[in-house]
Each structure stands twice: as C-alpha cells, then as structure tokens.
Write a protein that binds this ligand. Structure first.
Ligand code: SAM
Ligand code: SF4
Length: 333
C-alpha cells in the first residue's frame, strides 16, 4: 500500500475530522447565535466516519484528531471512539485525540482514557465565569472546569487552547498561565481567524496578534524558544520561571506550510487539503457509492495530489483578504 505523499513530498500523517457541526455553545468568534445547522442526512454516519478514518489510517495517517462542532455532543460518539481505537491496539494509529469545549468531559473522560486516548485539547478563553458566558453565549464555566478536572483525574493530559481576543482576554493572560502552571496543563494561544461570515469589522477589532501577546509575556517571564515542531502552525516556548511549555498558533502566517503534514475532513465528508483554501474533494459520494473502499481511496489520492503548497490568508490590509467563508465548526478547528 503506497502511503499518501503530496506533490511537495510532504507525507500526510495527520488527519482532523469534524464529526458534527452542532455544538452546545455559541462562541461569538465561531458561530452565530442562531445557526442554521446542516440536515442530519448530510452528515457522515458513524459507520461512514469509521470507514473514512480507517482508510486514511491504511494510507499512512498516524495521528487522528476528532473535532467539530462539539464532538462530544454527537449522539453515540463513544461508539465511534471505541471502534476506531482498534487502530491504536494494532499500532497503525499512534495517537487518537480530540478537541472539545469540555462541557461533556465529566461524563466521558474516564471512558476516553480507557480506550487509549492520552491527551485532550480543551478550549477555554477565560477563567472569569461572567466573561466565559459572554464569549460562549451558552456555556457555563463551572461545568467546563469540572470536565477538565475529570480529564485530569482520568489520567488524560490536558492542553488548554485559548483564542487571543483583543479587549476580551488580554487581562487573562497571567491568570490563565498561573492556573495552567498550578494544574499542570499545557497552554496554547490561538490567533483569531477570519472564518465564517461574521463581519470583518468585528474580526479585525478582535485581532490580537500573538507577537503582541508574547511580548506581554516576556515583560514578566524569560521565554526560551523551543525547536519542537508538529508540522502545524504551532510554535513553542518554555517559560523558564515556571517550566511551562506555551504554544502559539498563528494560522495566518505561512511559515509552517513547508512542513504541513495534515488534512481535514468536514462532517459532511469534504476533504480540505489546506485550512486556508477553498479547494476540496467530496468523499461522501465515494463512501456512499460502494461498500468497498476502493472509490474512496482513489478520491483521497486524487485530492492529495492537489494539495497546495501554502495557504492564502492576508490580514495586512484593512479588508480581510482570503477570508474563508465556511465556519470553523464546519471545517473543524
Ligand atoms: N467545540 C470544540 C472546541 O471548542 O474545542 C471543537 C471545535 S472548535 C471549532 C476548535 C477550536 O477552534 C477551538 O479551540 C476554538 O476556540 C477555535 N476557533 C473557533 N473559531 C475560531 C476562529 N474564528 N479563530 C480561531 N480559532 C477559532
Ligand atoms: Fe462550539 Fe467549539 Fe465553536 Fe465554541 S469554538 S461554538 S465550543 S464549536
């Protein structure tokens, strides 16, 4: 079986799959309050998701991240996790992980740990309950903190993902850092991205460049650049005073494209070869066309042959160029 390698000799070893576009939160930078969700019949079934992921694993994917929407609100999602974890047992899959808002972790953490998940990413932008409610609209901070606690108790390594939002969580920088140090959670900051049709005014207003955030950190702490690379848009520093490793995800820069090892599949089976570009391939039709995986496999190979060299965001003008019209909850963050 020839593994997936794109035209720029990058092996495709990392797949992110969105398993639902639905969510129990309505984060302002991610969704409109009254979202029009996709008809259920358009979503891949759990069996289709399994076939899809298993095919990618056969073709060389070693790391699978499940995301959404909120993956843990998809009905019966634990059945999917239990079944797909067979690839961890065979060793074909090196890591199975998920990105979650944490609201359902108290229910599911121990089972996730039991099937072989080692790490979870939990999105959390503030430790202030009122602000948390304002930014997530429908979320409740205590429920998420309980989920994070349950994950830690179950032995899962927690990485907190914080979207840097100007005028919103600038003051949260040090409280978040201190909390993560005390709880031994990793922490990564994400630069806000121009996703969805949320209005570019608001987006530019919220934009807090991570280089500014980093400079703020450096006023108080000694930061040492780490050489660690994940093939994605994350860079890491060590905070010498606390020993913490802090990540910075700047999706709008091009400087990680050359090592890009990843592709994404939406909950409707569209394969996006690059986060910043619209080109995609429909994998749902080949999945539904035949019971065997041959058409799916050729559709995947044809798409990977078109993976572009780099992406196309541009914040440098007042108008957001290269704005991607789909929502993060659709593509999967
Ligand atoms: N619901 C889960 C969660 O919130 O972690 C998984 C899906 S969510 C779309 C994945 C990540 O994307 C979250 O960390 C979220 O903060 C981030 N995200 C959503 N919209 C974003 C945007 N416009 N810019 C940057 N990050 C965004
Ligand atoms: Fe839901 Fe995650 Fe989007 Fe927030 S960021 S609305 S939790 S999908």
């Amino acid at each position: 079986m020839t593994k997936l390698i794109d035209p720029f000799a990058r092996p495709i070893s990392y797949l992110r799959v969105s398993v639902t576009d639905r969510c129990d939160f309505r984060c302002t930078y991610c969704m409109a309050e009254h979202m029009q969700f996709l008809p259920k019949k358009d979503l891949l079934t759990l069996e289709e998701l399994d076939r899809l992921c298993s095919t990618f694993i056969r073709l060389g994917v070693e790391k699978l991240r499940i995301t959404g929407g909120e993956p843990l609100v998809r009905r019966d999602i634990m059945t999917f996790f239990r079944t797909i974890s067979r690839h961890l047992e065979t060793g074909a899959l090196k890591e199975l992980t998920l990105t979650t808002n944490g609201s359902q972790l108290a229910r599911f953490a121990s089972e996730l740990a039991a099937i072989g998940i080692r790490r979870v990413n939990v999105s959390l932008d503030t430790l202030d309950a009122a602000k948390f409610q304002a930014i997530t609209r429908w979320g409740r901070l205590p429920q998420v903190l309980e989920g994070v606690e349950a994950a830690k108790k179950a032995g899962l390594r927690v990485k907190i993902n914080t979207v840097a939002l100007k005028g919103f969580n600038e003051e949260e920088l040090f409280p978040l850092l201190d909390w993560c140090a005390a709880e031994d959670h990793d922490l990564t900051f994400i630069e806000v991205m121009p996703m969805g049709e949320m209005g570019e005014e608001m987006r530019l207003d919220q934009y807090w460049p991570l280089k500014d955030l980093r400079a703020r950190l450096a006023e108080r702490y000694t930061l040492t650049e780490l050489s660690e690379r994940t093939g994605g848009p994350a860079r890491y520093v060590r905070v010498e005073e606390t020993g913490q490793k802090i990540g910075f995800i700047t999706p709008l820069t091009h400087n990680f494209c050359e090592s890009c090892n990843r592709v994404r599949v939406t909950c409707t089976g569209e394969l996006f070869m690059c986060l910043g570009q619209e080109d995609n391939a429909d994998l749902r039709a080949p999945l539904r066309a035949a019971a065997d995986d041959a058409p799916l496999e050729s559709a995947i190979r044809a798409a990977i042959a078109r993976k572009p060299k780099g992406h196309d965001f541009d914040y440098s003008r007042q108008k957001v160029r290269g704005q991607v019209s789909r929502h993060m909850s659709h593509t999967g963050g």
